[in-house]
Design a protein around this ligand. Structure first.
Ligand code: CO
Length: 214
């Protein structure tokens, strides 16, 4: 048997079920997509954007990488954002991290995992910038939780600071940036800092992040 036969069978069952419930579902979606949300999440297999938010195909545009980082010279992530904002006109960008993130833990422990160390260096910078507040937490699990939260807030700020989002706000486009953390142990999402929907609000967020860093 084909090693992936189970997945192909699952796909056929799913497509049949969707077609039965809504005969025009696929033909309608094939014409266009108009998602209102861009999801920037961790690659972790336990945090699937659509499933945990109850969204159907066509409703969320997704970019995932290890530890949900938004790095200013990452052409992959920036291209996804630019297309989502300028072409698809999404109204919300959600940066979603998760407690128990292996990438965050590696950064916290200064662990070396190979090639990925270069990517996680960005998290190492965040760890170092927040060294004082992290040092005040003695329990490693709680420290890990906190770095997951700090990372999401820092990445949401990175999203706001891109030319893509700045230009969208300058031309009056409706666009909000959100930072969420998902808890693997209960399946619930936690909103970190409300949301940012203008340059003025971004400045406030930046001020509070600066205070967190000292
Ligand atoms: Co992760």
């Amino acid at each position: 048997m084909h090693p992936l036969q189970k997945l192909l069978d699952n796909n056929k069952t799913w497509a049949d079920k969707v077609k039965k419930e809504n005969p025009s579902f696929f033909s309608h979606l094939a014409q266009q997509q108009s998602p209102k949300f861009l999801w920037i999440g961790c690659s972790d297999s336990r945090v699937p954007a659509n499933q945990i938010t109850g969204l159907e195909p066509g409703q969320v545009f997704v970019h995932r990488n290890v530890a949900n980082l938004v790095v200013k010279n990452d052409l992959n992530c920036l291209s996804v954002m630019q297309y989502a904002v300028d072409v698809l006109k999404v109204e919300h960008i959600i940066v979603c991290g998760h407690y128990g993130c292996g990438g965050v833990l590696a950064a916290l422990r200064h662990e070396s995992l190979g090639l990925i160390d270069g990517w996680l260096k960005h998290l190492g910078d965040i760890r170092d910038n927040h060294e004082k507040s992290l040092a005040a937490i003695s329990n490693e699990a709680l420290k890990h939780d906190r770095l997951c939260e700090i990372n999401v807030i820092e990445q949401a700020l990175n999203v706001c600071k891109t030319d893509i989002v700045q230009n969208a706000w300058a031309r009056g486009q409706t666009l909000s940036v959100h930072g969420w953390v998902y808890r693997l142990t209960d399946g619930l999402l936690h909103d970190m800092k409300g949301y940012t929907s203008s340059t003025a609000e971004m400045c406030k967020l930046e001020e509070s992040v600066k205070k967190m860093r000292v």
